[in-house]
Design a protein around this ligand. Structure first.
Ligand SMILES: [Zn+2]
Length: 158
């Protein structure tokens, strides 16, 4: 209680009720990047240096996933000691980007499937006496979850 909440990586995502990953969008060619690009458009055919902050879709679809059975190398900060396995999901966003993230607390590979919808959440990664470090995670969406208010309805394949 009363601890300061600190994003694990400053500037890569917002916190709060409706967290979003923050990428950058090129003013010249429209290429969207994540992680945010500081200096130069990542499109090899574009030399623009004018990049605007771009909040990314809060929902995406599982592109791939895996069980992290071994302890990842730093800068990963284990939440538990001894290490407990967790699930990782690579999630494809409407922007065409695939963003890797840990799966939300309480979920595992049994809750994931290729193409299944997930939503971005922000959860504690680590904490000390004064602060809580926050990190984004992917939370599997259940059938009963309300549609995202801020996201336009996508065309379903079927
Ligand atoms: Zn560009």
């Amino acid at each position: 209680m009363g601890k300061i909440e600190v994003p694990a990586i400053e500037g890569w995502f917002t916190t709060g009720d409706q967290p979003t990953l923050m990428g950058t969008r090129c003013r010249t060619c429209g290429t969207v990047c994540f992680p945010p690009e500081a200096a130069l458009c990542r499109n090899p055919g574009c030399a623009s240096t004018e990049l605007d902050p771009a909040p990314l879709s809060r929902r995406g679809r599982v592109w791939s996933y895996t069980d992290a059975r071994y302890r990842p190398p730093p800068p990963y900060v284990p939440r538990t000691d001894p290490y407990q396995p967790f699930a990782l999901a690579a999630v494809e966003l409407d922007e065409g980007l695939v963003v890797l993230g840990q799966v939300a607390d309480g979920y595992g590979v049994d809750d994931l499937a290729i193409g299944a919808p997930v939503e971005l959440v922000v959860e504690p990664l680590d904490e000390d006496d004064d602060s809580v470090t926050l990190m984004w995670r992917w939370r599997p969406l259940a059938a009963g979850d309300p549609p995202a208010g801020s996201q336009p309805a996508g065309e379903e394949a079927t």
